[in-house]
Design a protein around this ligand. Structure first.
Ligand code: THU
Length: 142
């Protein structure tokens, strides 16, 4: 499939292959579950991320959020698509925490969830997390 961007079309397969490459750097000594993600900006730049685990397990950060935080910390705000894979036969679905963080920037973000057979599922963030939490503006709070 092609991801439609304002100035070009970007091949979904290319984003999935970047996610597979990102997985090489996964730091997952505790779970052994290595994940790679690639996040595409609307201007066609891709940011890679891998999961980074910690001996204090709850401090682990998923590949999707690593990719997003890398991009946002470089000033990016507009995203078109994310690819993620764990190199498993099952499709790798983003967890709820990552979906919430992705929804902050674009609920219509396309998510490509790959497996080890080169197949993928395609959904929007809003389909995977239809009722994302939203903070009401301060002026509307009582
Ligand atoms: N993980 C991700 O990086 N992304 C997901 O979508 C699901 C889970 C990581 C967190 C942890 O390092 C390992 O996979 C097992 O949960």
């Amino acid at each position: 499939m092609l991801i439609k961007l304002p100035n070009m079309d970007y091949p979904g397969e290319k984003l999935l292959s970047l996610a597979r490459a990102a997985r090489e750097a996964a730091y997952a000594p505790y779970s052994g579950f290595r994940v790679g993600a690639a996040l595409l900006t609307t201007r066609g730049l891709a940011y890679k991320g891998c999961n980074v685990e910690n001996a204090s397990f709850g401090l682990t950060v998923c590949a999707e959020r690593v990719a997003l935080f890398k991009a946002v910390s470089e000033g990016e705000r507009e995203f078109a698509a994310l690819a993620v894979t764990a190199g498993t036969v099952e499709y790798c679905l983003p967890c709820g925490a990552c979906l919430q963080v992705l929804a902050e920037f674009n609920p219509q973000l396309t998510v490509l969830m790959g497996n080890s057979r080169g197949e993928y599922l395609e959904r929007r963030v809003a389909e995977l997390l239809p009722l994302a939490f939203r903070l009401s503006p301060v002026r509307n709070r009582d």
